[in-house]
Design a protein around this ligand. Structure first.
Ligand SMILES: Cc1cc2nc3c(=O)[nH]c(=O)nc-3n(C[C@H](O)[C@H](O)[C@H](O)COP(=O)(O)O)c2cc1C
Length: 474
């Protein structure tokens, strides 16, 4: 994801249970100019822009080594020759290259890239074929949207899979759908029936419950299937389906761990009845979500280490992750979250609001979902009026919500309130009370040392340690 999917966020996602992460889309003509350098302190492969001398792209050479197959480089292109030129630059540091054929933004489509490619399938096929032929050691994949005439997506899918791509991600919206339009999950079964390559479902995946609904829809679509061979094949495909959350993963990357556990628990057999029963897994046994503030703190540490100071995407990404009301963590006093905190900071409330379609989802993730604090306040008022306690109260027609102020500034003593005016990474770290950590880290780095965090020597080890932590992150 542009601005979000840089190395630090990918590390947080991997540490939170993601099997694989995509980098932000990079444009072929820019990639083709990059110079590859090895950064022995950070243990990264850096791709440097020759004009600005800035590091445009960074891959961790251990955590994201090609042999681990956990990183996909995503490219925007409209031309097979440029795509091949660009792929040559990064081919030894990645295991997969994905072509973005879904971006509806003006910048992409006006250059014939992104969703424009869906309307020029010959060109798209020539790009994918050129990459498949020139880079047999890489998995070439693509990410598409549904076509505006939804059924015509099937012939397009058939053409694309015949190019030799190793997987196709389908964002189950059309380019004209709004981000708030419900993803057309009814089309998953249509695509799956013709698929001969792995399919990755994208659009409205906000947690294990979304995965459950997609799988339920698929199993229901099989109920009237009389052909045993088709049923067997479809069950097999359903069990091998992959899922790509985007906004849900920004809201709380630990949904990956829950989804993985859910898939492991629910995928068992080739029998529809049994599979359907298995969808209702014993949910309390799923690993709990990590409070997103803890993951944001891990992100800010990794960002301070891996990004250059003041890198704009860091504040953008934190703004998406941290709820505006999350209070600053007491200076120098490590603080355990209370049960109330957990309710307030976990993305679960926000994501369930998103699933039910409430809230506009056009702004930052935290601003666009229902605010659980407001919900609690609202309940408190109702309690006072009715004299009931929350457990026995039934609200048949809740009063219309008060119009939200256009821009609600975060109070100064919240993480957001401190972070937004921050002008340096140190100040951003200070919003998380991590300024001392930042100073130690800079000192260690100046001495050519790896990431220092209580004896942790390298970012790879930090990520490994984080991935082993349970409910609480740091
Ligand atoms: C901040 C942000 C950046 C994104 N950047 C990319 C990108 O670089 N490449 C891409 O294919 N899609 C990108 N997308 C689109 C998502 O990958 C995804 O297709 C879309 O958000 C629908 O999934 P969701 O409903 O789970 O959010 C981006 C989305 C967001 C919110």
């Amino acid at each position: 994801m542009v601005r979000v999917g840089t190395l630090p966020f990918r590390m947080v996602a991997l540490a939170s249970g993601a099997d694989c992460c995509y980098g932000p889309e990079e444009i072929d003509r820019k990639v083709a100019t990059w110079t590859r350098t090895l950064n022995s302190t950070l243990k990264t492969v850096d791709f440097v822009n020759p004009k600005s001398s800035a590091v445009d792209f960074r891959i961790h050479s251990i955590v994201e080594a090609p042999s681990k197959r956990n990183f996909v480089f995503q490219m925007g292109t409209s031309d097979p020759e440029w795509a091949v030129k660009a792929a040559r630059v990064i081919q030894h540091d990645v295991s997969a290259i994905d072509i973005n054929c879904g971006c509806p933004k003006h910048f992409s489509v006006s250059g014939g890239m992104g969703a424009a490619l869906l309307e020029d399938p010959d060109r798209l096929v020539s790009i994918l074929t050129a990459l498949v032929q020139n880079f047999p050691h890489l998995a070439i994949t693509c990410k598409i949207r549904l076509l505006p005439n939804i059924p015509s997506s099937i012939p397009l899918f058939l053409r694309l899979q015949s190019t030799g791509v190793r997987a196709i991600t389908v964002h189950f919206r059309t380019r004209y759908d709004r981000p708030s339009t419900k993803a057309h999950w009814d089309m998953v079964s249509e695509i799956l029936r013709v698929a001969r390559v792995p399919v990755i479902v994208n659009g409205d995946i906000y947690g294990w419950e979304s995965v459950q609904t997609v799988k339920r829809t698929l199993l229901e679509s099989l109920r009237d299937e009389r052909d045993d061979a088709v049923r067997k094949e479809m069950l097999d495909k359903i069990n091998r389906l992959s899922f790509m959350p985007a906004r849900g993963a920004i809201s709380n990357p630990s949904i990956f761990r829950q989804i993985r556990a859910y898939l492991d628990a629910s995928t068992r057999s080739r029998d529809i009845e049994f599979e359907t029963a298995m969808l209702d897994v014993d949910t309390p046994r799923l690993p709990p979500l990590t409070p997103v503030v803890d993951l944001a703190r891990l992100y800010v540490r990794l960002a301070a280490y891996f990004e250059h100071p003041g890198h704009p995407p860091v504040k953008y990404t934190l703004g998406q992750m941290v709820p505006p009301h999350a209070p600053r963590i007491g200076k120098g006093k490590p603080r355990s979250p209370s049960a109330g905190d957990k309710e307030n900071y976990d993305s679960s409330d926000r994501t369930s609001a998103a699933r039910s379609g409430s809230g506009s989802r056009l702004g930052p993730a935290w601003a666009s979902f229902d605010n659980p604090v407001q919900v609690q306040e609202h309940e408190g008022v109702l309690r006072e009026i009715s004299g009931n306690d929350a457990a026995t109260m039934t609200v048949t027609s809740p009063p219309p919500p008060a119009p939200a102020p256009a821009t609600k500034a975060a109070p100064k003593e919240t993480i957001c309130g401190l972070m937004y005016p921050a002008k340096s990474m140190r100040e951003v770290c200070a919003a998380f009370d991590d300024d001392e950590w930042y100073d130690r880290m800079v000192e260690g780095r100046q001495q050519g040392q790896g990431l220092h965090d209580g004896g942790i020597e390298s970012a790879g080890e930090l990520v490994e340690r984080i991935s082993q932590l349970g409910e609480r992150g740091l």
